[in-house]
Structures are given as structure tokens and as C-alpha cells.
Write a protein that binds this ligand. Structure first.
Ligand code: PEP
Ligand code: MG
Length: 916
């Protein structure tokens, strides 16, 4: 058996990996190899595979090192050869970077070590070679600091406590009477290295490692360790990245962006990640290293002249000041800019997707350190997909597959009301880092954001700058405002990924964490005060601004049209008011898949009549109350049918247990006693009589209609009469009457009979007929198991996967919140089965019922109306098992339309693959 390969080299045209090997080499490693293969300049290096990370976690450090030891030695020699340098050498030392790189990009979540290989000897070599001792010693002190933090655990536990290295730097700056790091001399840097090392010795009890090999192994293992750090685990959870994937480690020859005024480092995008516009853009810093651009410490400059001018306008900076202090790369280094422009064009054409690149310029020589498909907002995602389709870069299927259905959500939600915003006062301006509107109460700390949001408050997280530790708080906030940082700062990148509104780098605001205040526009805001953000313009407003629904035409409309052409499943909505029905139609719903009639009984007179019906002594009393309810129900149904204009409407008969409608409080009971002319104690006794131990498994669904047929009669009459009234007004109405919670054919049959007899009565009274269907929910496991029998009576099935999940797992829908999060945390369940359909278990019942139902009734109409009907992976399942439609809440309709198209494309692709 040949030995498994764990180390892949790159750095000559024969890179051992390629872009297809992401699972093994991680995104960064695979793309470095690919760039190398297509002739883009990358510093030579090697990638240690993700398999080693998994083995390291399973079997420990020694085991992992043993597997790769020889190969890593060879790989370092390979880099030495290409660079003509030697690891740990006194005269010509090779320095390397050690970086993580998982299959899916996890920006800023894991650790990196730069300048590795430096020690007291090598630093002299670098100083002599570069002729720049300050640079050499600055690199050295950065290395000790980074290595100390990442590998030796010197990093402070929480950001409130102080970083030992930063304290030392502040001390020396004070002593020298300077403000900026750049004002420190080579000797100062030398002093810093000494003091840093002493701090390491003091805190860890060990000397800082001088041996480059010891440094290298320490860094490699630390990167593997960082796969399991808290923020990486949280990021994976939020982005559904499995823990088993592991990270690869990339070791690469260092190139320096901080060698002087002819060196720089930056981040660039082939298109605008916020709007999707086809404009090359990005930021860079002269004489800076590695993470300086994304860290948000210095104000980065724009790469293109056009971008630079736009930025200056937003930041209120004059053209003279811009040119002098913040020139674009296009102006500062035109030849390098030209090369970078060509590289980005090549990369986008090669990958056929928007690229997010990191680069370094050392002595005016360009090096690419990374390229990946760029994260983008929902709006940018749609625009880029549709533009690339028009440009002929991708085909229609690909354009559809490029849009993440859940990201569409960002386009569907409200933006600021134009009038309200025109009257609002702008108190600050920053960069439009992530679009959308956000309004809420100011908080200054991520944990407060989390806490306040949990209490149901809407908050805006305000920070000087954010760090990966703030992830949870950012996720809880409506929006994020930062004082520092550019378009590629941590806050901006993460917010765009989350689809959260973000304004970054609002330099004029003053944040005081201790006092919990924020000064802007001449006003001091306290924690809890209201502000609003516009992430599309960078404007910050005083107070809470009203929002309105967004426009749904343009690129979004084109994508939806395309999706409908590609989908086999069609999409209905769950709606029980004319307003919701209208919203859903505007979003493209082709009917109502579930109208929960119980929602129509609340409010005003209806609830009183409903209570009268439930609390009545006998059938006579119930009929009397039902007579009052009939016209109200009829009017409600007319509203819904009218909103749907001839599209099918599935109306479900009363489902929940009756006790949900009766008054449990003294006041309500007194009121009902008065209305019904009975004593309060009679009402009380009746309420008690209705209470159940397990209401979800109790007197509900068709059990109500079968014990009190008069309820089914009234509802059927209301539905049929409403439809006929509309027909009289020349408005088409297509009712489908749905029986809830059916478990046996007899239950269904009895309900069907009542419905049909009542409908016939109405037809006779009116002397005409209309078409209607009678069908059932399939939400009790027994119904799925006996679907062939039930289909004798039911003309359609709608899978109620909420109840079906409840009854298949035996998890109470109302109580599962207590243990499901723990189950997911412990890995007992991968997902919440009430959100993502459990295809393995519950799915089997659905599939079986589909087959059995069709066996009995070939043309039976099949759909789903549980929450899963709006969840992309569940929709894919529904497509695969052959349902006709999915039904979901109005705001999820576009998501479902896109997911339905993707399901069809994916299934055709896998069919083709199988049958090749
Ligand atoms: C279901 O059970 O999936 C369903 C749609 O019905 P409800 O949520 O109203 O019980
Ligand atoms: Mg149900």
C-alpha cells in the first residue's frame, strides 16, 4: 500500500495540489496551488492536509508529527531551494508564515503566525540583507508577540484584561515621548524583543524558543488547536460547518509589505461585495504587514483612483488631502497596480466568480497570498449571478446555483421609510460596510448585545473596532457601528457574511466604553438611547426611524423568473389574512397551502361567539353560537379568496384543542358569564372540564369535527358560500377543504361526508354548484402508514411536518426548546428537526405516504405546509420524493422558489453523474 500523502508542495509550476482539492488542502491551500499552476505569482510553500488536523485531534501531537515529520523537512528544503535561502541561517535566513485554511473560509477565526524563523542570529542576517535594521527588529518583535499570543498562550483571556505585550509597547512609547509605533527606532525594537522575551519567561516559566524547527512545529500545532477555539466553534455553528472537516496548515515563504515605502499589503475584490457592481476595488496600506489592513488600526487607502475619490467624498476629505495622505495604489505604484489589475481579471475569469484576494508588494514586486470566492451581501449575490450570466461567464443553471436561498432574506426585509429618513438628523457618517437598515438601542459590549436581544430589545452594537470575540454579540444586534476600520475590517467582513447592516470607520464618533457613552453630532448618547444606521450609505441617524418594504424588481425579479422556469415544485403560502395573502402573492406564491382557520377566531366579537360555542351546554347551544360565527367566517374567507384571485386556497378546518380559546382569567370568565347568562362558577367548571393533560395529543384536529360535527358544518358552509359569493361577483375562487390531524380512514371519511353533505345543501339552496376539493393533512404517523386507505377519501394530502416531527420523534413542539439546544450542542442531533426536516426518519414516512397515496389515487395532489416548506434542504427533499408544491410563510416564498429551482438542477446533475 502506498503511503498516504499529507504534505503538498507549491512554488514552481508543478504545484502538487489544485483548486479541486479543497477538502484536503483547505480553500487557501487549494487556491494557492491553483494560482501557482496558472502563473499568478505566489510565494513558495507547502500545505499540510486537513486529515492531519483530524488525526491530531483524535490521536494527539506526537502521532501527528510522526506522520509528517520527514515530509515537512523535505518541504522546507523545497522552499529553501526556490528562495535560495536557509531556515535559521545567519546570513540569508528563510522566514515563513504559518496559516490556517479550512475547506470553507472562516475569516479571522483561526490563528496565524508570521515571520517565523527569526532568532537573535537570523535577525542580524535580515538586517544586513535588507540594509534596514529597524525593519528586521520590528519583524522580530512582531514575531515574538504573535508567537507569544498564539502558540505560548500569552493572549489575554478577555479583551478587558490587558495584553502584556501592548503594555510593554505603551511603556516604551511613554519613555521615548512618542505616540506612534512607527516613531520607535531599531534600538527600541531591540529593547522590545528583550522585554517581550522576559515577559514570556515570566508568564510561562520557559525561554522563548530560538530553534526555528521548534518554532515551526509549535506554530503548526497551534494552528490545528485553533480549529477548536471558541470563536471558530461558534462560527462553524452559525455557518453549519461540520467540526470533522478540520483545517489545513499553509507554510509559506514570507514576503514583506513592511520593507519601506516601496512595499505594501492589501485586500482586493474583483467586484463590489456590498452592491455587486462590476468594479475592481480594495484597500491597501504602504509599509504594513499581514493583518494590518483588516485589523482596522490604520486607515487603509483605496486601490483604484475611482474608489479613492468615492471614498474621500464619503469621508469628507478634500482632493488635495486625499492625494497627499491617502493616494490610491493606481497613483502610488502604477506598474504594480497594472499587474494587480491583470491578475484579478485572470483570477475572476479562471474561477468564474467574484474573487477576494490578499496581496503583498515587496520592493514593488507583487505577490498573491490568497484568493477565494468573495463573501457578499444578498443583493450583491443576486446582481453578480445575473451579471455573470449576461457576460457569458456562467450559464442559467449556474446563475441559480450561485445564490444562497437564505441570503435572499436580506433583500426582502424593510428599508428606511423615505419620508421618515428625510426628516431624520444625520449625526455621523462612516463607510457603507454592509447594506440594509437598522434601528435600535445603543450598547457597547458584545455580551450586552446578546443579553438585551434575548430580552427582546433591538440593539445597535457600537464599538471602536470589533474583533472575532464579538461575533455572538454582532449576530444578536440589528446593526453594527464602528469608529475605526475600513471596508475590509473585521466588522465589515463579518457583518456582510451575516447579512447585518454595518457602518464602519465613522471616525468622528467618540466611544467611551467605561462611561458607556457615545458622542456624535454634538450629542452624548447613553447606553439604551436610540440610533439608526443606513449600511448602504454609511449614514448614522439620531433616534428610531420607521422602515418600509423593499422594491422587488430588477435583478431579483429576473432571478425569480429564471428560477420558476427551472423549478418543478411550485410554491404556495401559509396565510390566514388577506394582507398576508397579498404579500405572498407579491412574492410569487401560486396559492395558499394552509389557511389556519383558528387564527380567524381571535379578536373582537369573534372570540366571544367562539367562546359561547365552546362553553355551550349542548348541541343546541353550540349551533346557536355557530350561527353567529358563520357570517364572520364567511366574510374572512371572502377576503382571502379575493386576495388570491382564482389561485387555489387550502382552508383547514378548526385544529387546536378548544381549551385554547376559553378564558382562563377571572375577568374573561366574568364577561362570558354575563354574555351567556350563567354563573361564573358554571363557566369556571366548564373551563376546568376542558383542560387536558396532553392537549397536543388530545381533543383537537378532526377529533373536534367528529365529536361536534356542527363545527365542520358551519365552517364548510362559510367556505362554500364565500366562494360562491365571489363567483357571483365574477371573481374566481377555488376552495380546497382540509381535514386536520387525520389518523384513520374512518375519521377522514366521516369528515368528508359532513363536508360533502353540507356543500350539497348550499348548492341546492343556491341552485348552482362550484368545484372544490376535500383532502387532509398527513401529520399523524398512522396516517402516513395507512395513506393508501386515506387516499380513498382524500383528494389531496398536505404534509404537516410540524406535528409529524413531534409525533415521530415523540418531542413535544412546545417543550423541545428545553433540550434541543443541548442535543445539538452535544451532537446527538445535527439540526433542530422542527426547522430542518429529518429526512432519515420523518422523511421516510413522507416518502411512504407519497407512494401509497399515489397507488390509490394516481392524480392525488401532494404538498407540504409544515415549517419545513420554507427551508432549502427540506425543499430539496420534497422535490426528490415527488411532491407537487411546498407551502411556507409569505416572506419565505422567494427563498422557496429559488430552492425549488436549485433542487431540480441538483437532482438533474446527480442523475447525469450517476448515468454517465
Ligand atoms: C403541521 O403540523 O405541520 C402544521 C402545518 O399544522 P400546525 O402547525 O398548525 O399544527
Ligand atoms: Mg399540525
Amino acid at each position: 500500500m502506498s503511503k498516504a500523502k499529507y504534505v503538498y508542495l507549491f512554488g514552481n509550476k508543478e504545484a502538487e495540489g489544485n483548486a479541486k482539492m479543497k477538502n484536503l488542502l483547505g480553500g487557501k491551500g487549494a487556491n494557492l496551488a491553483e494560482m501557482n499552476l496558472i502563473g499568478v505569482p505566489v510565494p513558495p510553500g507547502f500545505t499540510i492536509t486537513t486529515e492531519i488536523c483530524t488525526l491530531y485531534n483524535e490521536k494527539g501531537r506526537d502521532y501527528a508529527i510522526n506522520l509528517i515529520k520527514d515530509d515537512v523537512v523535505k518541504a522546507v528544503a523545497h522552499v529553501e531551494n526556490i528562495m535560495g535561502m536557509k531556515f535559521g541561517d545567519k546570513e540569508n535566513p528563510l522566514l515563513v508564515s504559518v496559516r490556517s485554511g479550512a475547506r470553507a473560509s472562516m475569516p479571522g477565526m483561526m490563528d496565524t503566525v508570521l515571520n517565523l524563523g527569526l532568532n537573535d542570529l537570523a535577525v542580524e542576517g535580515i538586517a544586513a540583507k535588507s540594509g534596514n535594521p529597524r525593519f528586521a527588529w520590528d519583524s522580530y518583535r512582531r514575531f515574538v508577540q504573535m508567537y507569544g499570543d498564539v502558540v505560548l498562550g500569552m493572549k489575554p483571556e478577555s479583551k478587558e484584561s490587558e495584553d502584556p505585550f501592548e503594555i510593554i509597547i505603551d511603556d516604551i512609547k511613554k519613555k521615548r515621548g512618542v505616540k506612534l509605533d512607527t516613531e520607535l527606532t531599531a534600538d527600541d525594537m531591540k529593547e522590545l524583543v528583550k522585554e517581550f522575551k522576559a515577559a514570556v519567561k515570566k508568564q510561562t516559566g520557559k525561554d522563548f524558543p530560538d530553534d526555528p524547527w521548534e518554532q515551526l512545529w509549535g506554530a503548526i500545532m497551534a494552528v490545528f488547536d485553533s480549529w477548536m477555539n471558541e470563536r471558530a466553534i461558534l462560527y462553524r455553528k452559525l455557518n453549519k460547518i461540520p467540526d470533522e472537516w478540520g483545517t489545513a496548515v499553509n507554510v509559506q515563504a514570507m514576503v514583506f509589505g513592511n520593507m519601506g515605502e516601496d512595499s505594501a499589503t492589501g485586500v482586493a475584490f474583483t467586484r463590489d461585495a456590498a452592491t455587486g457592481e462590476n468594479i475592481f476595488n480594495g484597500e491597501y496600506l504602504i509599509n504594513a504587514q499581514g493583518e494590518d489592513v483588516v485589523a482596522g488600526i490604520r486607515t487603509p487607502q483605496q486601490i483604484t483612483l475611482e474608489g479613492s475619490r468615492r471614498w474621500a467624498k464619503l469621508a469628507n476629505i478634500s482632493e488635495e488631502e486625499r492625494k497627499e495622505k491617502y493616494p490610491s495604489l493606481e497613483e502610488a505604484m502604477p506598474e504594480v497596480y497594472k499587474e494587480l489589475y491583470e491578475v484579478q481579471d485572470k483570477l475572476e475569469k479562471h474561477y468564474r466568480d467574484m474573487q477576494d484576494m490578499e496581496f503583498t508588494i515587496q520592493d514593488r514586486k507583487l505577490w498573491l497570498l490568497q484568493t477565494r470566492n468573495g463573501k457578499r451581501t444578498g443583493a450583491a449575490m443576486v446582481k453578480i449571478a445575473m451579471d455573470m450570466l449576461k457576460e457569458g461567464l456562467i450559464d442559467k443553471d449556474e446563475a441559480i446555483m450561485r445564490v444562497e436561498p437564505n441570503k435572499l432574506d436580506e433583500l426582502l426585509h424593510p428599508v428606511f421609510d423615505k419620508d421618515a429618513v428625510a426628516k431624520a438628523k444625520v449625526v455621523a457618517k462612516g463607510l457603507p460596510a454592509s447594506p440594509g437598515a437598522a434601528a435600535g438601542q445603543v450598547v457597547f459590549h458584545a455580551d450586552d448585545a446578546e443579553k438585551w436581544a434575548a430580552e427582546g430589545k433591538k440593539v445597535v452594537l457600537v464599538r471602536i473596532e470589533t474583533s472575532p470575540e464579538d461575533l455572538k454579540g454582532m449576530n444578536s444586534a440589528e446593526g453594527i457601528l464602528t469608529a475605526r476600520g475600513g471596508m475590509t475590517s473585521h466588522a465589515a467582513v463579518v457583518a456582510r457574511g451575516m447579512g447585518k447592516c454595518c457602518v464602519s470607520g465613522a471616525g468622528s464618533i467618540k466611544v467611551d466604553y467605561k462611561a458607556r457613552t457615545l458622542e456624535m453630532g454634538g450629542h452624548k448618547y447613553k447606553e439604551g438611547d436610540y440610533i439608526s444606521l443606513n449600511g448602504s450609505t454609511g449614514e448614522v441617524y439620531d433616534g428610531l426611524i420607521k422602515t418600509v418594504d423593499p422594491e422587488l424588481s430588477g435583478y431579483f425579479g429576473q432571478l425569480m423568473k429564471l428560477a420558476d422556469k427551472k423549478a418543478r415544485l411550485y410554491v404556495r403560502t401559509n396565510a390566514d389574512t388577506p394582507h398576508d395573502a397579498q404579500v405572498a402573492r407579491d412574492f410569487g406564491a401560486k396559492g395558499i397551502g394552509l389557511c389556519r382557520t383558528e387564527h380567524m377566531f381571535f379578536g373582537g366579537d369573534k372570540i366571544i361567539a367562539m367562546r359561547e360555542m365552546i362553553l355551550a351546554e349542548d348541541e343546541k347551544g353550540r349551533r346557536k353560537a355557530l350561527e353567529k360565527l358563520l357570517p364572520m367566517q364567511r366574510t374572512d374567507f371572502e377576503g382571502i379568496f379575493e386576495a388570491m384571485q382564482g389561485l387555489p386556497v387550502t382552508v383547514r378546518l378548526l385544529d387546536p384543542p378548544l381549551h385554547e380559546f376559553v378564558p382562563h382569567d377571572e375577568k374573561g370568565q366574568k364577561e362570558m358569564a354575563k354574555v351567556m347568562g350563567v354563573s361564573v362558577s358554571t363557566i369556571k367548571a366548564k373551563v376546568e372540564e376542558l383542560s387536558e393533560f396532553n392537549p397536543m395529543l388530545g381533543h383537537r384536529g378532526c377529533r373536534l369535527g367528529n365529536t361536534y360535527p356542527e363545527i365542520t358544518e358551519m365552517q364548510t358552509r362559510a367556505i362554500i358560500e364565500a366562494a360562491m359569493n365571489l363567483r357571483d361577483k365574477k371573481i374566481d375562487a377555488r376552495p380546497e377543504i382540509m381535514i386536520p390531524l387525520t389518523g384513520t380512514l374512518a375519521e377522514m371519511k366521516m369528515q368528508e361526508n359532513i363536508v360533502r353533505e353540507t356543500a350539497e345543501k348550499v348548492f341546492e339552496e343556491r341552485g348552482k354548484r362550484i368545484d372544490y376539493l376535500v383532502g387532509t393533512m398527513i401529520e399523524v404517523p398512522r396516517a402516513a402508514l395507512t395513506a393508501d386507505q386515506i387516499a380513498q377519501s382524500a383528494e389531496f394530502f398536505s404534509f404537516g411536518t410540524n406535528d409529524l416531527t413531534q409525533m415521530t420523534f415523540g418531542y413535544s413542539r412546545d417543550d423541545a426548546g428545553k433540550f434541543l439546544p443541548i442535543y445539538i450542542e452535544k451532537g446527538i442531533l445535527k439540526n433542530d428537526p422542527f426547522q430542518v426536516l429529518d429526512q432519515e426518519g420523518v422523511g421516510q414516512l413522507v416518502e411512504m405516504a407519497v407512494k401509497k397515496g399515489r397507488k390509490t389515487r394516481k392524480k392525488i395532489k401532494l404538498g407540504i405546509c409544515g415549517e419545513h416548506g420554507g427551508e432549502p434542504s427540506s425543499i430539496e427533499f420534497c422535490h426528490r420524493v415527488g411532491l407537487d408544491y411546498v407551502s411556507c410563510s409569505p416572506y419565505r416564498v422567494p427563498i422557496a422558489r429559488l430552492a425549488a429551482a436549485q433542487a431540480n438542477i441538483m437532482n438533474k446533475r446527480s442523475w447525469k453523474k450517476k448515468n454517465k
